[in-house]
Design a protein around this ligand. Structure first.
Ligand code: SF4
Length: 467
């Protein structure tokens, strides 16, 4: 079946704005200042989507609040990646029955990846009757009309049909930071790694037009944004569906030439689509952070094949070597799954060896957990939980040692950091390579500014520094 991306027209978006106006007027006429709460689970893509949902809610007249108690609208943006996280979401949604009882006019919406799973949407329809509306990621742009229908008719709405996916430009947005921003450059994924549910719930890859991405980044930089992360499930395949001759490296190069003092980041990169051209581009432009998150997932070729990753350990290592040859200071981070179905002790040793060989700055380690609806969930999995835990502990111990050793190499150096917040009364900052620096001095008025920090100490998780 051919699947075609739906590009949402400006007329369709204008109609949504009309719904925002109608909702706003309803509240004004009632003399009520309505409030909303948006709760986000999962990845940065969901965070970016929630910023859009908040933008639409503000246009509808809602003020954002923290927590669900007393909110006129609650939106829960869900994540489907891990099954036990889904159970947690459903538990929390169930508990909202009581919240709604205390505030009967409250409207509850569920959206995000979980709502792209037909079985979940059906379960909500049948068993969670206090939920007023459900929409999948493809229908995010029409949230105002869905909300209006619920308010106007009191009836529940479900917008979850499986579509090829949509791209809507120009949705309103309320960003959670004035100096850091997420910019989605593409949506969906074509890869069907056997453990992953994403392609089933977020649809096929579809790229935003380069001119739209450039305009958004330009506007962000002009408004003072310092740190911009380009998002996509697989940014390295950006542009393949556009047939306009622009690939991800070209897009990065264009963005890196915009005037202003800022840094570009991106995630996530699939190794099978990462190119030497990408690393050459990163090396060429100082406005591209020297950091790549390049998930390898396993160090054994049989396991990689079972995962449908479509690269070998040798090809992966070749990429890493090339990246380091053009950027010796590049920060490398990755994801790894321990205990994939059928992984043997010997195959796990290959993963450990790869970690020792690459020496990542940080690693996100996961014990495989089956995801219903994916091929891996049907694969025989003879290893016990204890065996997997033992492998996991060995991997974490190795990586913790490496992270600490790599962090110690910073001590005595002066690095440029972006001061980004306060944690436990301590000012925090990030290096270009996204390493966390806890600052010994400095004041909160520096938040959002670049500064030079001399690194005075290090541990596995962070650096200590002095301005
Ligand atoms: Fe999932 Fe693989 Fe696509 Fe990543 S590349 S989103 S793991 S299918």
């Amino acid at each position: 079946m051919e699947r075609k991306t739906t590009v949402i027209s400006s007329e369709q978006l204008r109609q949504q704005q009309e719904f925002c106006g109608r909702i706003r007027r309803r509240w004004e006429e009632a003399g009520i200042l309505p409030t909303a709460f948006v709760d986000t689970y999962g990845c940065q893509q969901n965070e970016a989507d929630s910023e859009r949902i908040r933008g639409m809610l503000e246009q509808c007249g809602y003020t954002m609040q923290d927590g669900e108690e007393g909110a006129d609208v609650i939106v829960i943006n869900t994540c489907a990646v891990r099954e036990h996280a889904e159970q947690r979401v459903l538990g929390n949604v169930g508990a909202l029955v009581h919240t709604k009882r205390r505030h009967p006019g409250q409207k509850i919406f569920l959206c995000g990846c979980m709502m792209g799973e037909p079985a979940v949407a059906e379960k909500i329809r049948k068993s969670y009757v206090h939920v007023d509306g459900v929409f999948s990621t493809h229908h995010l742009w029409e949230f105002p009309s869905l909300l209006y229908r619920v308010l106007d008719t009191g009836k529940r709405v479900f917008a979850t049909e499986d579509e090829a996916g949509s791209i809507a430009e120009g949705l309103p947005v309320v960003r959670s930071s004035a100096f850091k921003a997420w910019v989605s450059i593409m949506y969906g994924c074509n890869n069907f790694c056997t453990y992953c549910i994403v392609p089933y719930v977020r649809g096929r890859e579809r790229s935003r037009r380069p001119e739209d991405v450039i305009a958004e980044v330009k506007e962000l930089v002009e408004s003072g944004c310092r740190d911009i992360t380009l998002l996509g499930q697989n940014v390295n395949s950006y542009g393949k569906d556009l047939q306009c001759g622009v690939d991800f490296a070209d897009l990065l190069a264009e963005l890196a030439q915009l005037p202003g003092d800022f840094l570009l980041r991106f995630m996530t990169s699939h190794p099978k689509d990462a190119t030497k051209k990408l690393f050459d581009t990163m090396a060429q432009y100082p406005k591209i952070a020297r950091h790549i998150h390049l998930p390898f997932q396993a160090g054994n070729d049989r396991v990689l094949k079972e995962m449908n990753r479509r690269y070998t350990a040798a090809q992966y290592l070749e990429l890493v070597d090339y990246a380091r040859s053009v950027m010796p200071d590049i920060v490398l981070t990755s994801d790894v799954i321990v205990g994939f179905p059928g992984e043997t002790d010997a195959e796990f040793e290959d993963t450990l060896n790869l970690v020792e060989r690459v020496r990542y700055d940080a690693l996100f380690t996961f014990i495989y957990s089956p995801r219903t609806g994916t091929p891996a969930a049907e694969m025989p999995d003879p290893a016990t939980r204890q065996e997997k835990l033992a492998r996991f502990d060995r991997l974490c111990a190795a990586q913790n040692r490496i992270s600490e050793e790599k962090h110690r190499e910073y001590v005595g150096k002066t690095v440029r950091v972006l001061v980004d917040g306060v944690d436990d009364g301590v000012l925090t900052a990030r290096t270009g390579g996204n390493r966390l620096v806890r600052l010994e001095n400095g004041t909160e008025d520096l938040i959002g500014q670049y500064a030079d920090a001399t690194i005075t100490g290090a541990n596995t998780w962070s650096l200590m520094g002095k301005l």
